[in-house]
Design a protein around this ligand. Structure first.
Ligand SMILES: *Cc1c(COP(=O)(O)O)cnc(C)c1O
Ligand SMILES: [Zn+2]
Length: 422
C-alpha cells in the first residue's frame, strides 16, 4: 500500500478551433472569430479522447472543476492553471420551494459558493489558463459585473495586471468587489454592448496587443468553463441527468454549454441517455432571446437593456441562435419576467431554500413560476435551477422591501409590547 495518489497523465482533448457557422478549422490560438465568415469559433475535440474519460478518473481528481480536465481545453498540467479553483458548488435539495410551487422535486445549484461568488470563476479559470499557455500576462474584459469581479481576482492571484471595463451604472457592490483587487477598473458611460464594442476596438491597438480579453480573443476557451456546471449536476445526482434545468441567460453561453456537457457525458457513457429539457430565464428589461423564441424566429434582434437584473443585461447576445437551438432541440422554453417578479423571486428562494441569490437568481425563480403557469415545465419532473450569483452583490432592490420585523428596546416589557411573548 502506498499513500501517494497515482499520477495519471490526462491528455489534452482539444484539437482545433472550428467555426460554428461554416465549419472552417483553425489552430488553437487566441482568436475567436472566423476569418472567412466572422462566425464564432468553438473548441473542437478528439471525440475518442472525450469518450475515454471515466468516472474513476473524475472522482479521484481535485474537489473543484479541474476534476473534469479530461473534458476541458486547457489545464492538463496542474502548474499551468491560473485559477481560484472554483466549482463543485453545492447542489441543494429544496423541498420547501418544491412544495410552494406545487412541484415534486427541485434542486438549487448554488454557484454563489464560488470564490468570487458567481459562476464566472469557472469561465475565467479557463480563459486565464489559456492566456497563460499563449504567453499573456495581462487580463482584460468587458463585464456586466460578475466577470469583472472574477477577472480582477484571478489577475491578483496570478500577480498579473488587469484592466476591467464596466458600464458606469453598475451596482455599487460589484464595483467595490472588483476595485478591491487592485487592478485598473474603467467605468464606461454606456451599456454593456457599448463597453463590449469599445473593448473589441481596444484589442486591436498596440497597447492591448499583449492582453488576453477573457470574453473576446480567448472566448472559445472561456466558454468551455461553463460545461463544468453540467458535469457537476450529473455527478452530484449520482451520475444521471436531470429532466429539466432552468438557466439564467445573458449571452446564452452558459445555457448552450450545459446542454453540450450533457451530450458529452452521454457520449462518454458516464450517464444513461435519458431525455432532458433546457429552459432559459431572462428579464423583461432585456429579453432578446425569449422574444425570438416566442416569435419562432431564428434571428435574435438586439435590444437596449433596462431593469435591475444587470448581470444579464446583454442586449446583443453572442450565443443567441445557439441558445435557441438548444432550447428548441430539447423541447424546453425561454420566458422573461419583470423587476417586481424578480425581487419576489429572490425572496421566495431565500425564504424556501435558505439561498440568497442575486437578481439573476430572482429571474430564474420567477421564470420557473412562469414556465409552470404556461405548462411548459412539468411540475412532476425533476428540476434543477441555477443560482449563478450571490445576493450580497445586489442588495439594493431587496433592501427596499425587507427589513427588521419590529424594532424594540432591550427590555422584556418592550418585547411583550411588540407581541413577542404572545
Ligand atoms: C454572466 C452571468 C450569467 C449568464 O451568462 P451567459 O453570458 O449567458 O453565459 C448568468 N448569471 C449571472 C449571475 C452572470 O453573471
Ligand atoms: Zn466561418
Amino acid at each position: 500500500m502506498t499513500l501517494t495518489a497515482p499520477t495519471t497523465t490526462i491528455r489534452c482533448p482539444a484539437t482545433a478551433l472550428v467555426c460554428r457557422n461554416c465549419g472552417a478549422e483553425y489552430p488553437l490560438t487566441p482568436i475567436h472569430a472566423c476569418a472567412a465568415c466572422f462566425g464564432p469559433l468553438e473548441v473542437d475535440y478528439d471525440q475518442a479522447l472525450l469518450a475515454s474519460v471515466s468516472r474513476e478518473q473524475i472522482e479521484s481528481g481535485p474537489t473543484n472543476l479541474w476534476r473534469y480536465v479530461g473534458f476541458l481545453p486547457v489545464g492538463q498540467v496542474p502548474e499551468s492553471r491560473i485559477s481560484l479553483n472554483p466549482g463543485l458548488t453545492p447542489l441543494i435539495a429544496a423541498p420547501c420551494l418544491a412544495a410552494e410551487l406545487g412541484m415534486n422535486s427541485v434542486w438549487v445549484k448554488d454557484d454563489s459558493a464560488n470564490p468570487t461568488h458567481s459562476f464566472k470563476d469557472r469561465v475565467v479559470s479557463m480563459a486565464a489558463t489559456a492566456a497563460n499557455g499563449f504567453g499573456f500576462r495581462r487580463l482584460a474584459c468587458a463585464s456586466t459585473g460578475n466577470l469583472a469581479n472574477s477577472v480582477a481576482a484571478h489577475a491578483a492571484r496570478a500577480g498579473w495586471e488587469s484592466t476591467v471595463f464596466i458600464p458606469s451604472d453598475l451596482e455599487p457592490g460589484k464595483i467595490v468587489q472588483t476595485a478591491v483587487y487592485g487592478g485598473r477598473l474603467v467605468a464606461v458611460e454606456g451599456s454593456y454592448d457599448d463597453v463590449n464594442r469599445l473593448t473589441s476596438e481596444l484589442q486591436e491597438t498596440d497597447e492591448f496587443e499583449d492582453t488576453a480579453f477573457v470574453n473576446q480573443n480567448v472566448r472559445p476557451y472561456y466558454a468551455e468553463g461553463s460545461k463544468t456546471v453540467g458535469y457537476e449536476l450529473a455527478e452530484q445526482l449520482g451520475w444521471r441527468i436531470p429532466a429539466q434545468v432552468v438557466i439564467p441567460v445573458a449571452s446564452g453561453s452558459l445555457l448552450t454549454k450545459v446542454d453540450k456537457a450533457f451530450r458529452e457525458l452521454v457520449a462518454a457513457g458516464l450517464v444513461e441517455n435519458t431525455p432532458w429539457k433546457i429552459f432559459g430565464a431572462q428579464s423583461s428589461g432585456c429579453p432578446p432571446i425569449a422574444t425570438a423564441f416566442a416569435e419562432g424566429a431564428d434571428v435574435v434582434r438586439p435590444v437596449k437593456p433596462t431593469g435591475i437584473a444587470k448581470s444579464l443585461n446583454i442586449g446583443n447576445p453572442a450565443d443567441g441562435p445557439y441558445a435557441l437551438d438548444a432550447i428548441r432541440r430539447t423541447g424546453g422554453s425561454i420566458v422573461h419576467v419583470g423587476d417586481a417578479e424578480i425581487v419576489e423571486g429572490i425572496r421566495i428562494l431565500a425564504r424556501t431554500a435558505g439561498v440568497f441569490g442575486e437578481t439573476a437568481g430572482g429571474v430564474t425563480v420567477a421564470c420557473l413560476q412562469k414556465l409552470l403557469a404556461d405548462g411548459a415545465l412539468d411540475p412532476a419532473g425533476e428540476t434543477v435551477i441555477l443560482n449563478t450569483g450571490d445576493g450580497l452583490k445586489t442588495l439594493d432592490p431587496v433592501a427596499e422591501v425587507v427589513g427588521p420585523t419590529v424594532t424594540i428596546k432591550p427590555s422584556l416589557r418592550s418585547a411583550r409590547e411588540a407581541g413577542l411573548l404572545d
